[in-house]
Design a protein around this ligand. Sequence first.
Ligand code: NAD
Length: 506
Amino acid sequence: MQMLLKGDYFNGRFSHPEGTSALVGVQEKILKTCPGELTLNLWEAGVYYEHTEKVIESAQKGFDAWRKLSFDQRVVYLKKYQEAVRARKDEIAMALALEVGKPLWEAKTEAAALDSKVTVTITDSLERIKQETIKDVMPKIDGHVVYKPLGPCFVIGPFNFPCHLANGQILSALLAGNSIIFKPSEKTIYSAQLMIECFHQAGFPEGVINFINGTGQTAGKITIDKRVRGVFFTGSRGVGLRILENTYKDMGKLVALELGGKNSTIIHHDTNISHALPELLRACFLTSGQRCTSTSMILVHRKIEQEFISQFKSLTERIKVGHPTKSADPFMGPLIDQHAENLYFEFCNFGKQEGAEEIVSPRKLDIGFEGHYVSPSIHYAKRPDLKGKFIQEEIFGPNCFFVPYDDIEEAIQIANCTEYGLAASVFTRDTEIYKLCLRDIDAGLLNLNRSTVGATARMPFGGVKNSGNHRPAAVSMIDHCVSAVASLETLDDNSSKITDVVGLKD
Ligand code: NAD
């Protein structure tokens, strides 16, 4: 697949359309190789810092026109976009697989989600921001709540789901009447560009859709601009914190943060082990553990710990790690880059230093292609260091660790010991235990007999504590794309009398 970059997109055009070089007059270059085949250069992108001003101006212009369209008119554009992503889903999947390193079968599920998300946004999200009328909210007065768009909104994406996550935020923002500027991760520019090409194909009015390539510096400049009224960020806790620090004085700017996780699963003694094992295997190691909802801690009841861990270990050792597009159906591909690979081994070492036993050690793998291939690993700790780095920090690699427990309160306490609160799950046949977990575990997502991965777009998706700032994405993303205006209405313009005013001199 040839990945031809077309530059940034504003005023309805790419800055370097096909045939021209995207690197003329460039201020910085980003070189991308396939993480599963380092000899395969995918693209070289140009960063143009002066384009930040151009995309903001364009988004401002786009907003002025787009906000005046009705929901029905906006839906027509969204459906045209849906047709375009549906037609190009295989191309998008291939780009995702090569850029991120996720297996092609998995990349196809992300590409397909772009299409289905359009439907969910129109059917489920839109209802939440339609005008509401309260008849006779006061005597002879009706009340209306009208939801107005914010203005130009800036969507900043992570590398692990380059299209799907931004797509959800962009669609909600657009349907609500905002224009958008999208900056994808600098590691996954081409997949993101394909999405923008689909918006272009759909014929959105000029300036409604904007796209900029760049690094944190580019994102930082746009984030703090006064004209940008919404910042929708998905990424790491550290960058999320920086965004809050940079924006808190601009009180009218809405900042929605979807951050990392350190997710736990509780395996109770009455669990159907053969159901829990495949669920958990996928939750820990899919996407090489590079999901915000990946399961990291497994709290297993002491009565079944030996049996459960030994079966989980055997399955882990059977995991096929392979090239994202050239191996036959691997379970997982490589890590995203050298930095991620180094961090993975470093974190596993913290585990050992902090007293955890390595049940399956992490290894660098040689699969016949030069890439960031590592094996999944498992740790075990009878009494873990709850304040240690290994337990507290997100690893973002294929590692999980087991901790045994005797009673459910103890398991819940350990699950709550981290500063994150994104996803958790419990496997049990006892609904009282489920209710207890639902009540007491600090997490934005909590599943029964389902792992922490695989959320639905039809329910809110977001975390508590350091996993987000109470602005969940998915169906409820649209709530953060509007401001509510309360309006009292009376058609009786003869009901107010000067004699009713108290405190006037005769
Ligand atoms: P990252 O935080 O390193 O980068 C994310 C984006 O932020 C990139 O586009 C990057 O260019 C940009 N950025 C960097 N500096 C910035 C700054 N100063 N201001 C504004 N933007 C800046 O994250 P990543 O490595 O791409 O993704 C992995 C992280 O994302 C993990 O922590 C993962 O848990 C999290 N994540 C969360 C969710 C969720 O929905 N909660 C989903 C996916 C990933």
